[in-house]
Unconditional design. Structure first.
Length: 131
């Protein structure tokens, strides 16, 4: 499954910025956590700047606000051109919209927030030279 592979590839890279992380269980709402951060990882089959904005599901943000707001919410995206994170900041939200998918046997629609890719932080591969 693409998501599990992305999680395994990204785990150590995320730890270089956020410290030791525990991988949550398969049915948890988020992918990684520690005392300071809760992280959601998404895999994308495009480059980080192919579109003017990126999106994050509103239900994920609401769940974080309801139960985990004492920790910082991080949206991580494994794109074809690297691992990028957005450290949740309401001031960086461009707009709210709706998107959906129908590749899992039914139509799924959900609200999303959009933010510009200029707010991304690139997380280099640990073996990459630092510029």
């Amino acid at each position: 499954e693409q998501g599990n592979k992305a999680e395994d590839e990204s785990w150590s890279r995320l730890e270089t910025r956020y410290g030791k992380l525990s991988k949550t269980d398969r049915y948890c709402y988020f992918d990684y956590e520690n005392d300071k951060y809760i992280i959601e990882l998404k895999s994308r089959n495009c480059n980080h700047n192919d579109y003017p904005t990126a999106m994050m599901n509103v239900p994920k943000i609401e769940k974080w606000k309801m139960y985990d707001s004492h920790r910082k919410f991080i949206s991580a995206f494994l794109y074809k051109d690297g691992l990028y994170v957005w450290e949740y900041d309401e001031d960086q939200i461009e707009c709210v919209g709706q998107t959906g998918r129908n590749d899992r046997g039914c139509i799924e629609k959900y609200d999303v927030v959009y933010f510009k890719h200029e707010h991304f932080i690139f997380i280099p591969h640990p073996s990459s030279p630092i510029n």
